[in-house]
Design a protein. Structure first.
Ligand code: URA
Length: 216
């Protein structure tokens, strides 16, 4: 898996551990408790990787040996925005790393008449334009909802370079479309899949993430 043509796609290191986690969640015989547990582990890695890219400034502290340690401190504030429903599965992983982080929500669903994605609901932190935003959605398939959600953020004043789109699996065509629309948004992902089937499921993918995490 290569991120060659893309300026801002950060693919998690494809270690045996990571591929092992994906093997479990992609397996159709994995039951829901394990699907949740191992997806949560990947989500945690995605959040940590996103945090790796936030800007820092130098900070020197004194240790218990009364010696200086020249470290760094994060600059700026962050928030999460989940694309309902599957994106909500990633909120806890963000909270585990960023205590009491503010989290907004965007609900996009396919319009029955036009078959195009339609914005139904948005609730975002008031000061979102001043924050780094972790946009949460586990699967990037056609890119339609992610592009609409990112447009909502940009209309609210968030700079594209301050948006980190975290997902577990992307399709190549989803990345192409999303990256063409927002070349400055950072995509943090753990897998790039071959494509989509006739029902717009990722191949090989893992099926419907929201159903497997919340229902099945
Ligand atoms: N959403 C999913 O849950 N799975 C896919 O394969 C594509 C979109």
């Amino acid at each position: 898996m290569s991120t060659e043509p893309y300026k801002n796609v950060h693919l998690l290191n494809q270690s045996n551990q990571l591929v092992g986690l994906y093997t479990i969640i992609r397996d159709k015989n994995t039951a829901r408790p394990d699907f949740i547990f191992y997806s949560d582990r990947i989500i945690r890695l995605l959040v940590e990787e996103g945090l790796n890219h936030l800007p820092v400034e130098p900070l020197t502290v004194r240790t218990h040996t009364d010696k200086p340690f020249d470290g760094v401190s994060f600059i700026g504030k962050i928030c999460g925005v989940s694309i309902v429903r599957a994106g909500e599965s990633m909120e806890e992983g963000l909270r585990d790393c960023c205590r009491s982080v503010r989290i907004g929500k965007i609900l996009i669903q396919r319009d029955e008449e036009t078959a195009k994605p339609k914005l139904f609901f948005e609730k975002l932190p008031e000061d979102i334009a001043q924050r780094y935003v972790f946009l949460l959605d586990p699967m990037l398939a056609t890119g339609g909802s992610a592009i609409m959600a990112t447009d909502v953020l940009i209309k609210r004043g968030v700079k594209p370079e301050r948006i980190y789109f975290l997902n577990l699996i992307c399709s190549k065509e989803g990345i192409d479309k999303y990256h063409a629309a927002f070349p400055d948004v950072k995509i943090v992902t753990g897998a790039i899949d071959q494509g989509l089937d006739e029902n717009r499921y990722l191949i090989p993918g893992l099926g419907d993430f929201g159903d497997r995490y919340y229902c099945l």
